[in-house]
Design a protein around this ligand. Structure first.
Ligand code: ADP
Ligand code: MG
Length: 259
């Protein structure tokens, strides 16, 4: 068992510890461009959190901070109870425990799907090639991509590429999956197959945070919905609370515009 797995197992027993916790996170760009003013958020194990909010409200920035791709100005972020924003943290070790999928351009174009998926397990985790490939093929099959292992990304549809990107993110067996508008660049007819994968992962208990404009999907799949506005989580609750009976006028305005 690797140290990360041991860590994960120990945390499995600590049911109350959220997988991800943001505590009063502040993030600015430049001198005075405040993006996240005071964001607090808890993502319990085996749950799905949907981040909603207008374009520019900081959803992507929040996900990037959680993965240590951006440095925060104040506050703290915890993964499995461990403060990852502590300066002594090794960012690479943190990123090994978090899978990320972005809107587009996820796969390396000069590598086959199988090479894309096995890259991190082999290079980062040091898994043997045969073992990494066997695990990759199993994951690809589960996501309906068994016959695409040898293809290059440009031979895949957008939906298949995003599914392959999800497989790549899963290949390191992350504790947490961050999904940033993963259907936003897809043709409408391809959105369903990608959302269906997210639905399946939820069924398997994967802990996820997703930024999305797909309100119908957020309503269906999320345990918790967070509405980001003006640098804070202005409103949070279950989908039926936030979508059905929003408390804040700003939330109502946003939902009227988008739905
Ligand atoms: P969302 O994902 O909700 O659309 P973003 O997190 O992408 O919002 O962006 C929030 C704000 O931060 C936007 O105004 C954007 O222009 C700004 N921003 C994002 N990244 C940077 C950066 N690297 N430098 C300066 N401003 C940025
Ligand atoms: Mg974004």
């Amino acid at each position: 068992m690797t140290a990360d797995q041991a860590h994960g197992q120990a945390q499995d027993q600590a049911h109350d510890t959220p997988v991800l916790r943001l505590e009063s996170v502040r993030k600015t760009f430049g001198r005075d461009r405040v993006i996240l003013r005071d964001v607090s958020l808890e993502v319990p194990q085996h749950t799905v959190t949907a981040l909603i909010g207008a374009s520019g409200s900081g959803k992507s920035t929040l996900l990037r901070c959680a993965n240590l791709l951006e440095e925060i100005d104040d506050g703290a972020i915890f993964l499995d109870g461990e403060e990852i924003t502590d300066p002594r943290t090794d960012p690479d070790a943190v990123r090994r425990r978090i899978g990320v999928v972005f809107q587009a351009y996820n796969l390396f174009p000069h590598m086959t799907v199988l090479q894309n998926v096995t890259l991190a397990p082999r290079r980062v985790l040091g898994v043997e090639r045969a073992e990494a490939e066997a695990a990759a093929r199993e994951l690809l099959a589960r996501l309906g991509l068994a016959d695409k292992a040898g293809e290059y990304p440009d031979r895949l549809s957008g939906g298949q590429q995003q599914r392959a990107a999800i497989v790549r993110a899963l290949a390191v067996r992350p504790r947490l999956l961050l999904l940033d508008e993963i259907t936003a660049a897809l043709d409408p007819e391809l959105v369903g197959e990608v959302l269906s994968v997210v639905r399946d992962l939820k069924g398997e208990g994967m802990t996820m945070v997703l930024a999305t404009h797909e309100m119908g999907f957020a309503r269906e799949v999320a345990d918790q919905v967070c509405f980001l506005d003006d640098g804070v989580v202005l409103e949070r609750g279950t989908p039926s609370e936030v979508f059905g009976t929003p408390r804040e006028e700003r939330t109502r305005q946003f939902l009227r515009r988008i739905v």
